[in-house]
Design a binder for this molecule. Structure first.
Ligand code: ASP
Length: 369
């Protein structure tokens, strides 16, 4: 793989963890992206992706999906791309979609797969530091996908491997309340696919727990790559979008507004992005209260379908609870996109892994017979 490993290693060696972690996200990008191609190598933040990379990723995802439809030659070709390499999925926080879609994406590309889902079964349980565990994992595999309950845990893994003699890529599958960049990739891919490959000029309502939902944070950062995007935030008062995101939007002149009346804004939206109340972050008695305290005003009722534009979509990163009327799940309306959104996650991850390993041109050039 053509990364200027040496240069990054030399620079990384001069920076201790405290200094690295205190740097602004934009200044960390040189330690994350491949300096020759501009593509991501490690994946931690949405800010690593510019328009060129996002367009490329969507194209590669589309093409890989088509190639895969050819059961014999197409699937064999995809499998040949990373045949003989190995991935470790290290997930010490609950996950269904992210875990399964990564695993399947790796298999589509021919990777061998290892996983650790319970930290009690790894040497961290014997008191090994996370740094040592990560360095150890890197001895056996070529890619680590990591989800962790603590903020900055994946970033710390990146810092360790940038200094090590075995600098393999790490992709964040979510690290505590930090961003969830691959969810944002699949969200963008879903919008791209749903609107005839055009993401610009969209109004997106984000609704629910905008304070702690990591997916809406990551998706908001992507807005700067597209023209004329408008965000409408609808959330209970105590779960509003954080100031850092609002500052980012202001800085990049991306229009946003905060609204209380969900019903009123539904007709304006091209995309409605529902989220779950993230009550796993609440302690003790608040846990129950936090979910229950959120009133009907933040839920999508079946009759709201009539308020939506004809060409619009209802998204949800899932898992969902009661924030969308269940009768919509299988109602057959093409605007109900969240199940397809899940599957898009697999293709977005195929594309991302292919790009990390610089296989995207092989996919784009492949002739489907
Ligand atoms: N699956 C998403 C996440 O891991 C959304 C959620 O859990 O509500 O952040």
């Amino acid at each position: 793989m053509k990364t200027n490993n040496k240069e990054i290693k030399e620079r990384a060696h001069k920076i201790n963890w405290r200094e690295f972690s205190a740097m602004e996200e934009k200044d960390k990008i040189v330690f994350l992206n491949n300096s020759q191609t501009g593509n991501p190598f490690h994946v931690l933040f949405s800010q690593q992706f510019d328009r060129k990379i996002l367009d490329l990723l969507c194209k590669v995802a589309d093409k890989a999906r088509l190639i895969h439809k050819n059961r014999d030659k197409g699937r064999k070709f995809l499998k040949s791309l990373l045949f003989g390499t190995f991935a470790l999925n290290f997930f010490s926080q609950p996950s269904s979609r992210t875990f399964l879609s990564f695993e399947t994406a790796q298999e589509i590309l021919g990777m061998g797969i290892r996983d650790i889902r319970d930290p009690n079964t790894s040497s961290e349980a014997k008191g090994e530091s996370m740094e040592d565990s990560i360095r150890t994992f890197s001895s056996y595999v070529d890619l680590i996908v990591m989800r962790h309950p603590e903020a900055k845990a994946v970033e710390r893994g990146v810092w360790v491997l940038n200094r090590s003699d075995r600098r393999i890529p790490i992709i964040s599958g979510g690290s505590g309340p930090d961003q969830h960049p691959t969810q944002a990739l699949l969200d963008i891919y879903t919008i791209y696919k749903s609107f005839d490959r055009k993401v610009d000029n969209k109004t997106i309502i984000m609704i629910g727990d905008l304070l702690r939902g990591r997916t809406v944070r990551s998706l908001s950062y992507f807005m700067k790559n597209y023209k004329n995007m408008k965000l409408i935030f609808v959330s209970p008062r105590h779960l509003r979008m954080k100031k850092d995101i609002k500052d980012f939007l202001k800085r990049h002149k991306i229009s946003y507004q905060e609204e209380n009346n969900f019903k009123k804004v539904i007709p304006l939206a091209d995309v409605i992005y529902m989220t779950r109340i993230q009550d796993e972050w609440d302690k003790g008695k608040n846990k129950q209260k936090s979910h229950e305290s959120v009133g009907q005003g933040f839920k999508f009722k079946a009759e709201y379908l009539n308020l939506m534009k004809k060409k619009s979509i209802l998204m949800h990163p899932l898992p969902k609870r009661d924030e969308i009327d269940v009768e919509l799940d299988y109602c057959g309306d093409p605007r109900i996109i969240y199940w397809r959104q899940e599957r898009n996650g697999m293709w977005a991850r195929v594309a991302l892994i292919a790009m990390i390993f610089q296989k995207e041109q092989d996919i784009l050039r492949y002739k489907i017979k």
